[in-house]
Ligand binder design. Sequence first.
Ligand SMILES: Nc1ncnc2c1ncn2[C@@H]1O[C@H](COP(=O)(O)OP(=O)(O)OP(=O)(O)O)[C@@H](O)[C@H]1O
Ligand SMILES: [Mg+2]
Length: 288
Amino acid sequence: MNDQAQKLRNMISRLQNQKEARTIAVVSGKGGVGKSNFALNFAISLSQKKKKVLLFDLDIGMGNIDILLGLTPKKTIVHMFEESLTIQDVIEKGPESLSYVAAGSGLTEFFNMEKSAFAIFLQQLQNLMFEYDYIIFDMGAGMSTTHLNFVLAAHECFVITTTEPTSIMDAYSVIKFICSRRHDLPMHIMVNRATSTRDGEQAYERLALAVEQFLNKKIDLLGILPDDKHVVQAVQRQTPFILYNGRSHVSQSLLEVVSHYTGGSTHEKTAPFGFISRLKAVFTRKVD
Ligand SMILES: Nc1ncnc2c1ncn2[C@@H]1O[C@H](COP(=O)(O)OP(=O)(O)OP(=O)(O)O)[C@@H](O)[C@H]1O
Ligand SMILES: [Mg+2]
């Protein structure tokens, strides 16, 4: 009996010492600001640093990560729901050992599933948490309930904006929306398509000031990416820009962002069960 209790204690302690993947939600207010390109190239750069990364295209039914990669996935999230497959069944291999899950095409009723099926889904996701260093969720334009739930459960959120006032305003709105539900979620601003470093810094400063004044929240700068024709060329070639031309301005800037991010103290793997228990809590409100 004592033996059994000891075994159980050992098992619990082993589980508590296991680290789980850091989950990152990539969002924006305005659509088309560069979320998918950033999420994909950021994920590949992390993979190049020998991190185990899973990129999850959550733009269900309209995803484009596979298109940006120039790959045709055998299975997608749409198949996962329609054919009751496991998450493992729909994980595909990309360049630089990146794992990704494609969102598929043709809209589907995502997460409108039975409680028992949802519990199985969470268990599968929990198993993945121990396999990866990072799980990155690329959101589509607009914030559906499903998107919001993943954002609220994530360890951190990257908000992408361009330097245009309309994009900054929409980024503020999405930050406000998220803050009203989870004020303590760590958020970082990624400024894309800047015409100069100063242009990017000014966009960040305007947004961060509004967030601090009106939402009482500090939000830091993840980095600035320039407006660079190599992104458009890479998209046309269906090759991630970091692989299309590693010496381009945008690729060099991205490498700096990734080095800065992985050099920081907050990027490491985290204590287990945080993400899954938060995800369960936010979804259960709807599933119950
Ligand atoms: N740094 C950049 N320099 C130049 N063009 C860029 C840059 N980033 C993105 N773009 C352009 O913007 C387009 C849209 O990018 P992307 O698909 O990544 O946006 P998105 O935010 O994911 O869009 P959606 O909201 O529809 O999911 C790209 O196809 C490219 O033409
Ligand atoms: Mg996108």
